[in-house]
Write a protein that binds this ligand. Structure first.
Ligand code: SF4
Length: 494
């Protein structure tokens, strides 16, 4: 059943992908020795946890990028305050795409105790009318946080009623953080709302565009990465339609006319791409993240195969690999044998580990914010090497990270934006591997990351001084314990 089409409320990741896990500690090489080796257990949990990530964080990042759209948070006033940070990406994203340097419009119904008793439906309705009056958007996204979910507000009904009063589409977005422990649910939630509300009926979709490829971007790429992937597709005669971030609500129909959809991060897009295939007949590829030489070539050749352009894609990949290989030679002496430790979203951490190995690094550990079945193929690739790679699934949990870093003593830490503090305070040079201002994807992204890593390794004074003066908040006894001792049902330890 096409749930996007038939259900008002999207399913959570735990339902769609029961193998999903947030807690695991073992090594990748154990997997090599017995096929799947030690599987990640979806039943594992922690006896102690330092926090989690609300799905609103990535969900707001996507929604706020849409032009002529108001994001109306329906919840407590603190709900989704990450929008302040997301707005930086919206401004930078607009500017880098040649658009006016505009802020996203983000509002809140600011529910209080009285609303909890009497319900928040009326407040949401009034807020929608006011938002339209003040901003005249094309779309208003009425986003439910935890509170309306708990007290039972019917945001679908309110959105439908308000739609009759305003000249904008009003779309309900069910993003109650308590419903799912997996941040990745955010992608399904947003695709569900946008797919139901902004995609045209098949009868209204114009003629197919045989050379257009939907390249799905829910915020993993900035403009530098988009340009690189567009360049590679243009080399084999194809045109990229980046979707959905920064896409105008009235341009969504373009995605239904494309010849193929392709993911850049397999964790993100299966929910929507399945719908796009079932409803609009657009086939899709969900394989490989184009980070690193081999992964980029596999991504490009896969598209070539699907589009009858395999020969052309292989020729481009071979040329790019040759040129990149020559360009990277200068880095080899600085990188060979050094140890890298990675921590980021599931696919990004694994794909970047493959890139670091291509650059000559040994991989000490990979920490992944969550695990789902999409990662298996990347894990198998990495398990083929000689390194004993520690693999930790953790929705951040810096206490586990600190313990691992102290034991493994990597030469460099590569982490998600805002996720490098623990390593830096231990005096370990830290490099960001997710920041929309930089290039990471394709052959150019590989070269750029290598350049930044070399600079980081050469200029170590900041980290060394920080390591001497800064302190982490953990008792010294913690560092003597198994880093995964707080994981119930664990399958192994470092
Ligand atoms: S949706 Fe729930 S978990 Fe997320 S910020 Fe709001 S109250 Fe917190």
């Amino acid at each position: 059943m096409n749930t996007l089409e038939n259900q008002k409320i999207p399913p959570i990741r735990e339902q769609r992908h029961p193998e999903t896990s947030l807690a695991h500690g073992s090594t990748l090489c154990r997997r090599k020795n017995g096929g799947r080796g030690c599987p990640v257990s979806s039943g594992a949990n922690r006896t102690f946890t330092q926090g989690s990530i609300c799905p609103l964080l990535p969900a707001l990042g996507i929604m706020m990028s849409l032009p002529e759209t108001v994001v109306l948070m329906h919840g407590a006033v603190g709900c989704g305050t990450c929008a302040m940070g997301n707005n930086v990406n919206v401004r930078a994203g607009n500017a880098s795409r040649g658009k006016p340097l505009e802020d996203a419009v983000w509002l809140s119904t600011s529910l209080n105790e009285i609303n909890v008793i009497h319900g928040g439906d009326g407040k949401l309705y009034e807020a929608i009318l006011e938002a339209y009056e003040n901003h005249k958007p094309k779309v208003i996204l009425a986003v439910s946080g935890c509170l309306p979910g708990v007290i039972g507000d019917d945001i679908d009904q309110v959105a439908a009623k308000a739609s009759e009063k305003v000249g904008a589409k009003v779309l309900p977005v069910h993003c109650e953080g308590f419903k799912s422990r997996f941040m990745a649910t955010a992608y399904d939630v947003v695709y569900h709302a946008l797919g139901r509300g902004l995609m045209p009926d098949p009868a209204e979709v114009g003629e197919k565009l045989p050379k257009t490829i939907n390249v799905m971007n829910v915020g993993s790429m900035g403009i530098a990465d988009e340009r690189e992937l567009a360049r590679l597709l243009a080399e084999i005669g194809l045109e990229a339609n980046f979707f959905p971030v920064f896409a105008h609500p009235e341009s969504f129909g373009l995605a239904a006319r494309a010849a193929l959809s392709v993911s850049v991060c397999p964790t993100h897009d299966d929910y929507f791409l399945t719908h796009l295939k079932e409803k609009h007949g657009v086939p899709f590829l969900i394989r490989h993240m184009p980070i690193g030489m081999a992964n980029t070539s596999a991504w490009l050749v896969g598209i070539g195969e699907a589009m009858g352009l395999e020969k052309e894609a292989r020729a481009v990949a071979e040329r790019e690999e040759r040129e990149l290989g020559e360009a990277l030679l200068e880095f080899a002496p600085s990188f060979r044998g050094k140890k890298a430790f990675l921590s980021a979203g599931e696919y990004r951490s694994l794909a970047t580990a493959s890139l670091m190995r291509e650059l000559g690094f040994r991989i000490s550990a990979i920490r992944s914010f969550h695990y789902d079945g999409f990662a298996e193929v990347e894990m198998e690739k990495l398990a083929k090497g000689e390194d004993e790679i520690v693999f930790n699934v953790a929705n951040v949990q810096p206490f586990e990270e600190a313990n691992l870093l102290k034991r493994l003593k990597p030469d460099i830490f590569l982490g998600h934006m805002h996720g490098n503090g623990t390593a830096a305070r231990l005096g370990i040079p830290a490099q960001v591997i997710y920041n929309n201002g930089y290039a990471y994807m394709g052959y150019k992204g590989a070269y750029d990351l290598a350049r930044r890593v070399r600079r980081r390794l050469k200029n170590r004074a900041f980290y060394e001084n920080l390591g001497k003066d800064a302190r982490l908040p953990y008792a010294s006894s913690w560092y003597g314990k198994d880093p995964f001792s707080m994981i119930n049902g664990k399958e192994g330890a470092a």
